[in-house]
Ligand binder design. Sequence first.
Ligand SMILES: [Fe+2]
Length: 245
Amino acid sequence: MRPRFVDCHSHVVPSGDDGAKSHADGIDLCKLAARAGTEILYATPHVWPHLVLTEQRERVIRQAFEELRRDAPLELRLGFELTPAPPLLEEDPARYVLEGTRLVLVEVPFAGPADELWALAEHIETAGLVPLVAHPERTEVVRALPELAEELAERAWPLQVNSTSITGRHGPEAEALAWRFIEQGHAKIVASDGHRLTRPARLDDAYELVSARVGEEAALPLFDGSGLRTRDRRPLPSRAGARDA
Ligand SMILES: [Fe+2]
């Protein structure tokens, strides 16, 4: 029997970023995800230095999210994907937590050094939360120095690799690094980072490849939401409707 997947990274809610452009787009993406075996899907709109989460933008996103949650054929949860930037160090990271978890999704910048990533990850940790490091395998800094990602993982900051890196969509370098992090045990989660129908939110194809290489027993925890549970059992940050992942 095919497992049910938990996908903690996608852009299915229209939010002004480069993901879904409309409710209809979002529904199409959710339907495809459900058909591919995803049971719980996180919508994680980008928070970019040039597209921050103003109160106005947050209201619009939450409204769009509620409408999508109502109509989607799977369980939809909300989070955000942070691109490290100094203003985020002045904010309470609990605002951005993945619903029902202690994790805050933070991407490794595609270009440039990792200093701001370290600063933001430490800020999140100081707030009693855990940074979840998105797609390190796709970034210049980690391609130049893969040990950097391993250092992050050794801080108990889990690595999330993209399913599309495993399937080779982002080229041989990202593919090789994704496998390296999986085989070393540093990657804790595989997520789709799905943006649009040509780059959908699906995990089934990557799951087939990972289970063929490392076995189903080792593959499953990367796909079933196990990686979203953290050891810290303090109460979750207050958030309406938050549930355990
Ligand atoms: Fe993303």
